[in-house]
Design a binder for this molecule. Structure first.
Ligand code: MRU
Length: 366
């Protein structure tokens, strides 16, 4: 995607073989590049949410192992580094997927070849993610066009999204936002309702930032506003991303997604989930078994923003002493999901639907 006319991916290697990422904790007020030189840097970037979003977490972990092999290519360091990265964040399954992909390549080589192969494989994972997300965009565009026809072409098509499932969450394009970029670029008349997405405001800080940079009309709303808009007929379709999808189509995404799905169901608003197949956990059938991340309560009780003087400041907004619970994700049962938009097409949120698109997983699927 382009920022001020320059094309960026969210992660790339520089001339010195270090890994560069966009520091998402600085957005939307500053566009800063951070350099990752060690596996510890990569682990910190994931844990601190300098990088976040399921596909980008996986890509960063892959490059983290490559950085590890550059320092010390021993088996012991490989195992320790994989364990360090694996424990950074629990919910997005792309993290474990990418680490397993890397281990299967690196277990077949040794010595200096390991670092070379690791950087190659990490690069391949990133390139594949770009292709996958663009394909999701193409399949999702067909759904948006169908919805526009149902409105007799009367735009704008009002799309609601939660959290950030755009290019900042992936390597490029995004998942839920890829169809929106495709539709916008093709001249469709659309408008996006952007859920603020407390506590870290990925909607307000990141989704709004990237939609704005691309020129897509959008409006930020408080997280609790979507249901009201749906009752008033002001939402034509909802599209969100997912951090882990079970083999039966239950979807785990940023907390608050479930309530949007309930409101959409009650108001007969189509509710789609866009995902790369790397986000499917074929070993799990029931969304209740997905590990849900619990984060520091400070993310709720403190807010960072820009002052009138232009400096960034963090302020406390809760009464001191109140208990705080910061749950990162929730599970939307498959019955509330109209369809899953994948790189191979759109299917029902069910075992049958997923297996029809990904028959190679039929035996492994729980
Ligand atoms: O905590 P985050 O910001 O990593 O959560 C990200 C989300 O919930 C996204 O919606 C999800 O990863 C899908 S992104 C393609």
């Amino acid at each position: 995607m382009r920022i001020s006319g320059t094309h960026f991916r969210t992660i790339w290697c520089d001339a010195d073989g270090n890994v560069c990422v966009i520091d998402q904790t600085r957005l939307p007020f500053a566009f800063e590049i951070a350099t990752l030189r060690t596996v510890a840097d990569a682990a910190h970037a994931i844990r601190s949410m300098m990088v976040r979003g399921a596909p980008l977490i996986g890509a960063t972990a892959a490059y983290g192992l490559a950085l590890a092999m550059r320092t010390d290519n021993s088996d012991q360091h490989l195992v320790q580094s994989a364990a360090l990265l694996r424990q950074t964040r629990p919910t997005a399954v792309n993290l474990a997927w990418a680490i397993d992909q890397m281990l299967s390549v690196l277990s077949h080589c040794a010595g200096p070849e390991r670092a070379t192969r690791a950087f190659e494989r990490a690069g391949d994972i990133c390139d594949a993610d770009v292709g996958i997300c663009e394909a999701i965009g193409t399949h999702g565009l067909a759904i948006l066009d169908h919805r526009l026809r149902e409105k007799n072409g009367q735009g704008p098509l009002n799309i609601l999204t939660h959290c950030n499932a755009g290019w900042l969450a992936c390597v490029d394009w995004g998942t839920a936002l890829a169809p929106i970029y495709k539709a916008h670029d093709a001249g469709r008349n659309l408008h996006v309702w952007v859920d603020e997405t407390r506590p870290r405001n990925q909607g307000a800080s990141l989704t709004a930032y990237e939609l704005g940079a691309h020129g897509v009309p959008h409006t930020i709303i408080a997280d609790n506003t979507g249901g009201h808009l749906m009752q008033r007929g002001m939402v034509d379709i909802a599209i969100v991303g997912t951090d882990r999808t079970t083999s039966r189509g239950d979807v785990c995404n940023k907390v608050g997604t479930y309530l949007k799905a309930l409101a959409a169901f009650d108001n007969k608003v189509p509710f789609y989930v866009a995902l790369p197949s790397t986000t499917i956990d074929w070993s799990l059938a029931d969304g209740a078994d997905i590990p849900i991340e619990e984060r520091d309560g400070r993310e709720l009780s403190h807010v960072t923003g820009r002052t009138a003087a232009g400096t960034l400041e963090t302020v406390e907004i809760y009464p001191p002493g109140s208990a705080v619970l910061n749950i990162g994700f929730d599970v939307t049962p498959a019955r509330y999901v109209t369809g899953l938009i994948t790189e191979r097409g759109t299917c029902a949120a069910s075992r049958e639907g997923l297996i029809a698109l990904f028959p190679e997983h039929a035996r492994a699927a729980a």
